[in-house]
Design a protein around this ligand. Sequence first.
Ligand code: 4AD
Ligand code: MG
Length: 479
Amino acid sequence: MQKQFVKEVLLESEAGKSLMLEGWVRTKRVSKNVAFITLNDGSTIKNIQIVVDGNSDAFKQMDNIHTGTALRVSGKLVESQGAGQQIELQADDIIVLGDADPDKYPLQPKKHSMEFLREIAHLRFRTNTFNAVFRIRHGLTFGIHKFFNDRGFYNIHTPIITGSDAEGAGAMFRVTTLNLNDIPKTDDGSVDVKQDFFGKETNLTVSGQLEAELAALALSKVYTFGPTFRAENSNTSRHLAEFWMIEPEIAFCDIKCNMDIAEEMLKYLVKYVIDNFPDELEFLRKRLQDEEKNKKQEDRSMDLMEKLQFILENDFARITYTEAFDVLRNSKPNKKKRFEFPVEEWGMDFQSEHERYLVEKYYKKPVIVTDYPKDIKAFYMKQNDDNKTVRGMDVLFPGIGEIIGGSQREEDYDKLLNRIKEMGIPEKDVWWYLETRKFGSVVHSGFGLGFERLVLFVTGMSNIRDVIPFPRTPKNAEF
Ligand code: 4AD
Ligand code: MG
């Protein structure tokens, strides 16, 4: 008999057809004359109902079937008697493929807390919530490649192991094959990195940008989409030690062009999920609504669909750091000392409470902040004539704060070299990067979109640990 997936069966199959399904039991209900099993195979968030007649051979299996059991079911599709589904499978034959002892299987058909599910991340794929989240995560991955491919960008694989910490984006994870119990030392007592695998100090990358720039200065439009690693000790709901980043890099493109691409891309991706994952979004919308019920009115976030429309319907506000700083300094929460980090001195970095105030309370639309003080940004950002600011840009979203960080890049060799020296970056680490400014240098720009922050936003989940299958955070690398 032909094996089918629940998704295609629910979409297009008609009563009368015989077929075979394989999946995992979500619930079962047994009465004297009939039993009902809801089966899910991950092809859709929806379950299919299996009806088992009390007189059939299949009915004798019911004692072995529990939430989590893997089954192969053959039977005939029939019009559904009950409400809520159109079609169900009348079972002729049921084979138990994998038991799930109900006394030991940790997932039961009831609400489990996100914290509990994180501890059983190997099984949480089997819940509706994670089913929906990871299908959308896949959809966003696909949408990102489609967006860039359709616009003539080339995907570049940048290295994961790097020999430089030029970005300065955060503490790095060391990569070494040296015996940590017997580290070779030089005469002056420092680690003899010449004996290490690469013959130099190496780390996991914090960003693929610098290498992407090299490619952009030949292929014009490129993007990387890879894992990045930051050893910051930030235990927040928006930080991971291992996360994925999308980094486009575009030659002959200034900061205005960079902002246009960022805004177009974010709108495209939100629309892509609305168009392709309506069932998942509806499920997640209700989930969020339930979660928000326990919160005070003023702490409640927007409805999920409203939040997504908020991105699609608004032109993003585009303001400079200095404008944003003035808004924040004169704001009510600042005057009433309600910010944890008071806004006092020009030059300070904004915290997520400030970013969210700008988006949610003041501009009431997504915000792009540009022209940041140079001292809080990376060495490669294009320097403005005021000698104080650089042409950086951060895109801020409701509930999230910074979702994208990027800039126009400094294309002038002398200015770049000066900044590198000022910031104490060893020239020997970035000689190759500098060389691109010697040969055919052009105006170029790019940005980094934090993939999990995007998934977090689109799914309405509240913790970044719940939008990546196996989160890596301080003191946590299980699975
Ligand atoms: O602002 P960041 O540090 O920018 C860069 O790394 C640049 N090299 C990007 C570029 O211009 N090509 O990081 C970019 C984005 C942030 O806006 C945020 O969304 C995300 O990456 N991000 C994190 N996401 C999860 N966990 C963390 N620890 C993150 N740190 C940054
Ligand atoms: Mg940033």
